[in-house]
Design a protein around this ligand. Sequence first.
Ligand code: S3P
Length: 428
Amino acid sequence: MNRISIKYKGPLRGEITTPPDKSISHRAIMFSSLAEGQSIVRNFLQAEDPLRTLEACKQMGVDIEERTPDNEIIIRGKGLHGLTEPKNIIECGNSGTTMRLLCGVLAGQPFSTALTGDSSLRSRPMKRVITPLTEMGAVIESDNGFPPLRIKGGTLTPISYKSPVASAQVKSAIMLAGLYCDGITTVREPGKSRDHTERMLKAHGVDIRVKDLEVSVRGVAALTPMDITVPGDLSSAAFFIVAGLLLPHSEILIRNTGINPTRSGLIDVLQLMGAHIRLENERLVSGEPVADLHVRHSQLKGVDIGGDLILRAIDEFPILCVAAAKAAGTTTIKGAKELRVKESDRIASMAAELRKMNVKIEEREDGLIIEGREDLKPAEAISYGDHRIAMSMLIAGLTASGETTVADTDCVNTSFPGFMEMLGGLEA
Ligand code: S3P
């Protein structure tokens, strides 16, 4: 169990390139594995979570070659019906995306597969995918709605499903199962979750229709292979954006950052708080919008946020709490109940850890009310084994008046190996 001590060394200045997107890396490997022929994935995120997906695909017989110097992955796809029964249980580690998206694929296979994960993943709800996939014809055993899971796939029938949660993992699982159906499968969500699956499946030649909060997919015989370059992950850039805003005299350029509108809520919220963030060189990378972000130190003020805005910044909640803790005035975050079932209960985790730094916080079932303050007290923080809590508390520690220690930081490797090195490179 690793621990990191951190203290202010100076403003952040210089340029970084955002690490590859985690959500897109998972999908690039999984969908290419299902395609007919050879695909190339460039700029794949070499981190624990997407590597779980890669290993799972290998376990099901997909030929995947990793060309390390250029970080290119060559995938010789097996086609939708070419996967083979894995010999062992599939270990998804900490990765909800691996487990939930794979459920959709496995629902269409003529064999039975067991999936498990670490203690955090084993406490995350799976009924949200079990219910629709069972309705489509899969047989799924679970520990009362939690992993481990055993999925017996088979012939699926299309459904029109109204999801009770806005979740890209649920939507994607149903869409993937929909590929195996004869006809059109529809998912309707209460809010718009990230749309990487829609964009990428379209690029693989699938007939996808999107109408407001409803997505339809027509079953297909085959996916065409593709070459894809994974753009940078705004969820990783987020820690540097907030650090650059909070530390006086900082000015940084964060290159190659995904700004997909279903993910870019953090930028909007921070701009509402008064942040200087300028988007430069906007472009498309493999069908995903990308920009270079120019960030400089700004005095932030508290805001009230909820609804669509929080959904579009769902993974950025922990670092947003750090920005709110240092803003002038009160920030109210509502409509964030989903955060209770992420890698940790992120509402409770952030409330407990920021309180150690003397921040006044009121915890609500679906969010937090945070009183900003100028000085954060250095603290002995913990990560709850949650990568985004670990990195958020490290940034909080950087803004405090002394040395902060964050315990249990190995989890950073699930999404961002090299985080501390990248931070160090800007502190010169
Ligand atoms: C993800 C979807 C989101 C997000 C997670 C990654 C994805 O989860 O929080 O980090 O890659 O589809 P939900 O689908 O549970 O909202």
